[in-house]
Design a protein around this ligand. Structure first.
Ligand code: UN1
Length: 509
């Protein structure tokens, strides 16, 4: 089955990892090879040639040239190209979804969902390509007109993570493309095949139209080359998804050259459950939030803040629900949780469990690695005293901490106490409390939900968060503005020069 999927998407046993508009796929038989393994079995899927410095240079030069052509194509026509790419993704939905599952280990339904997220984003951007609106202003001077317009920015650099190896690229790349930018993509070295499959689809559509190659790709696990990309003056915008510690370095380096960055870093997302809530609904929302993508979404629910009056009962319900989680082959439709990404993630899981025990957390269920081929661990529920320092860190494995609270103000304080600020949710049937949670004194996160979990955001909204999450916004709403430069224009259609602010400057005295 894996073989068929790879074949359908144009992936061979060994693949070039660099694509430039001029050279197309750059074959380099001498390049060191990156191996992509299926986390569910540990088996090799395919190998990828790692991009060299010279190849990177070629990609950037070609990207600059492609930008000059692409920026002059009217935005709705750019949108039409994205429509066709969206169509091609629809045609290959099944194979792409399976590839996401093969390479990341997320269950097939989530693999298919990730591809759906790309399709939704393409549809959104087709419409958005006709709505790159600027405001017009009334000038304080007579016979003057003022307005703002949005122009293409240049090369948008996208650095994506393993957990959403296609969708996060699409959020950035489709917005960038309709805005007239070209895109250079550095995917996670853990999921290069997803990137190659997407690149093949883009190439097909663009080539069939005789359009410039506006989507470029380089696969590397070499930190020096990644840093060169981040430091590259030719890249006015770097969109980074990953950990806060790396994100901080990216932000500093990009800022030091006056570049723009969109940062989507760590989340440490909490759900508040109060006694008024529909507890059945809460359990359902929380379990998907905590174990979806095996706890490896930025939006994964990592903390529960439960009203003390229901905490024991609610924990018991959760333990029952956790017992129902079928762990196993992510391709099997019955499976609810697949493996985590690799042996390093498993080692991290084990070390966190050890620290939790040392710090006095009580493991309610789970807590063990699973001795089978592939990288499997048990989804884990931990009851913690408030002071546990582990709770403050994003763990990126399926470990969910339970804390308790007495007053809503306290619950909100616990929600906001971590340094990260991506997603948050509250289960309640109390309107006043819901509104308080959403108000300016409520959740400090970029996403705040009522009666749904923390993960699974729709593309129509702006996605991102505050504080250590980095402050960036991607996907829908007006996130497109990040990918353009704004120009404010004043036109004088009168016969004399008038200065603003009433300044008089009379040359004739
Ligand atoms: C991520 O984990 O980097 O909201 C993105 C969600 C998905 C995207 C997550 N739509 O869970």
């Amino acid at each position: 089955m894996a073989k068929d999927v790879l074949k359908q998407l144009g992936i061979n046993a060994i693949n070039p990892g660099a694509w430039s508009a001029g050279c197309r796929w750059i074959e380099n038989e001498d390049a060191p090879l990156l191996e992509s393994h299926n986390p569910a079995t540990g088996k090799l899927l395919a190998k990828v040639q790692i991009t060299t410095e010279n190849e990177y240079e070629r990609i950037m030069k070609d990207a600059q040239t492609a930008f000059l052509e692409w920026r002059a194509i009217p935005a709705p026509k750019r949108g039409e190209v994205i429509r066709q790419i969206g169509e091609e993704i629809r045609n290959k939905h099944d194979a792409l979804g399976k590839l996401v599952t093969l390479e990341t280990g997320k269950i097939l339904s989530e693999g298919m969902g990730e591809v759906q997220e790309m399709i939704d984003m393409a549809d959104f951007c087709v419409g958005q390509s006709r709505m790159l609106y600027g405001l017009s202003m009334h000038s304080e001077r007579s016979q003057h007109r003022m307005y703002e317009q949005w122009h293409p920015l240049g090369i948008a650099g996208v650095i994506s993570a393993f957990n959403f190896p296609m969708a996060v690229w699409a959020w950035n790349a489709f917005n960038a493309a309709i805005c007239g930018d070209v895109v250079v993509w550095k995917p996670s070295p853990k999921t290069p095949l997803c990137a190659i499959a997407v690149q093949n689809i883009c190439n097909e559509v663009l080539e069939s139209q005789g359009l410039p190659g506006i989507f470029m790709l380089f696969v590397t696990d070499n930190q020096a080359l990644a840093e060169r990309f981040v430091d590259d003056e030719r890249v006015p915008l770097v969109s980074f998804t990953g950990s806060t510690s790396v994100g901080k370095r990216v932000a500093q380096r990009v800022a030091s050259r006056m570049g723009r960055s969109i940062l989507e870093c760590s989340g440490n997302n909490a759900v508040i459950v109060e006694e008024s809530a529909d507890l059945e609904m809460a359990v359902e929302g929380i379990v998907f939030g905590a174990i979806g993508t095996a706890g490896q979404r930025c939006t994964t629910t990592r903390r529960l803040i439960i009203q003390e009056t229901i905490v024991d009962e609610f924990c018991a319900r959760l333990v029952e629900a956790y017992k129902e989680i079928r762990i196993g082959d992510p391709m099997d439709a019955r499976t609810l949780m697949g493996p985590i990404i690799d042996q390093y993630a498993v080692a991290k899981y084990s070390s966190i469990i050890k620290a939790i025990k040392a710090e006095g957390g009580t493991i309610l269920c789970g807590g063990k690695t699973i001795d089978a081929p592939g990288h499997y661990v048990e989804p884990t529920l931990v009851r913690v005293p408030r002071a546990l320092s582990m709770v403050l860190q994003e763990n990126f494995v399926p470990i969910l901490y339970v804390q308790e609270y007495t007053t809503l103000a306290q619950a909100i304080e616990i929600n906001n106490t971590v340094t990260q600020g991506l997603s948050s949710a509250m289960f309640t049937n109390n309107l006043r409390h819901a509104e308080q949670f959403l108000s300016e004194v409520g959740s400090d996160c970029g996403i705040a939900n009522i009666n749904i979990g923390t993960s699974g955001a729709e593309i129509g909204g702006a996605f991102g968060g505050e504080k250590d999450t980095g402050g960036g916004r991607e996907a829908g709403s007006d996130a497109w503005k990040n990918y353009m430069r704004r120009q404010t224009t004043t036109i004088n259609y009168g016969y004399g020069v008038q200065l603003s602010q009433g300044i008089s400057f009379d040359l004739d005295g």
